[in-house]
Ligand binder design. Structure first.
Ligand code: PEP
Length: 261
C-alpha cells in the first residue's frame, strides 16, 4: 500500500461515466497499476457507478470517493446523497465545494461547512475545494478569497479533526479551461494556505496537511507543479477520464517527489 506521504492523485470524473464506460476506465487503470508504484490513486466517479467501481477496485490500493454529499444522514431530501450512503457504497473520501457546484448549483461557504462537518461525522475525508476567479486574481484578492473560504468552510473543525481534511486549491479560471496556474502561482497560494492552517491549528497539523492543486493538470505540467514544496498531489478533472493521461500525471508527480526528498 502506498504511504499517506506519497503523492495523492484524485480523478474527478464529473458527470461522465455510464456503467460500461466506468468498467472500461477502471479496467485500464487496473492494468496500468502494477507498473506505477508509490502514488495514491483516488477515483471520484458519479454516484450511479460508485458501487460497481468499489467492487472492481476491491483488494487494490485504488481508493474511492463521492463528488458531493448532503449534510443530513437521511430524510425528505429528494435527490440528495448522504455521508452514510457514500460509506455504504465503499467511499472513504468526498469532494466538497467544487467550483462547478459553487457556480451552477448554489453551493456557498455555509453549505460547504455543513458538508465538511457531515463528512467528518460519517468518517469520510472531505476534499475541500477553494480558489479564486480570474476577476479576483486580477484585483489582487487571491489570499482574501482563500482565507474567507477556509475560515467559513472549516468553521468548527477541531485540531483533532483537521488531519482528516484535504484541501484542493483550484483557481476557478484554470478548471476545464486548458489554462494552468504556473508552478510559482500555485506554490504561492499553497504556501499561504499551509501558513493559515499553522495559524489556526498549529505547525504539526499544518505540515501534515495534504494540499492538492487542481486546474487543467496534465502529464506535461504535473512534474513542474509537483516540484513545488507545498503541492502534495493533484485533483484532476478532464485528464482523469483517460487512463494514459491519469497515469502520466501520477508518474510525473512521482518523479518530482523522488527529487524533492
Ligand atoms: C476539476 O474537476 O477539479 C478539475 C481541476 O478539472 P480539470 O482538470 O478538467 O481542469
Amino acid at each position: 500500500m502506498p504511504s499517506p506521504k506519497c503523492p495523492l492523485i484524485a480523478g474527478n470524473w464529473k458527470m461522465h461515466g455510464t456503467l460500461p464506460e466506468a468498467r472500461d476506465l477502471v479496467a485500464a487503470i487496473l492494468r496500468a497499476l502494477p507498473g506505477l508504484g508509490g502514488a495514491r490513486l483516488l477515483l471520484l466517479p458519479p454516484f450511479t457507478v460508485l458501487a460497481e467501481v468499489a467492487k472492481l477496485i476491491g483488494g487494490t490500493s485504488v481508493e474511492l470517493g463521492g463528488q458531493d454529499l448532503f449534510w443530513e444522514d437521511k430524510g425528505a431530501f429528494t435527490g440528495e446523497i448522504s455521508g452514510p450512503m457514500l460509506r455504504d457504497a465503499g467511499c472513504r473520501y468526498v469532494l466538497v465545494g467544487h467550483s462547478e457546484r459553487r457556480q451552477h448549483l448554489g453551493e456557498t461557504d455555509a453549505t460547504v461547512n455543513l458538508k465538511v462537518r457531515a463528512a467528518l461525522k460519517s468518517g469520510l475525508k472531505p476534499i475541500v475545494c477553494i480558489g479564486e476567479t480570474l476577476e479576483e486574481r486580477r484585483a489582487g484578492k487571491v489570499s482574501a478569497k482563500v482565507d474567507a473560504q477556509l475560515e467559513e468552510g472549516l468553521r468548527g473543525v477541531t485540531a483533532g479533526e483537521v488531519g482528516q481534511v484535504i484541501l484542493a486549491y483550484e483557481p476557478v479560471w484554470a478548471i476545464g479551461t486548458g489554462e494552468t496556474a504556473t508552478p510559482a502561482q500555485a506554490a504561492e497560494v499553497h504556501t499561504h494556505i499551509r501558513g493559515r492552517l499553522a495559524e489556526n491549528y498549529g505547525n504539526g497539523p499544518a505540515s501534515c496537511a495534504i494540499i492538492l492543486y487542481g486546474g487543467s493538470v496534465k502529464p506535461a505540467n504535473s512534474y513542474a507543479l509537483f516540484k513545488e514544496k507545498d503541492i502534495d498531489g493533484f485533483l484532476v478533472g478532464g485528464a482523469s477520464l483517460d487512463a494514459d493521461a491519469f497515469f502520466g500525471i501520477a508518474r510525473e508527480a512521482l518523479r518530482a517527489d523522488r527529487e524533492k526528498k
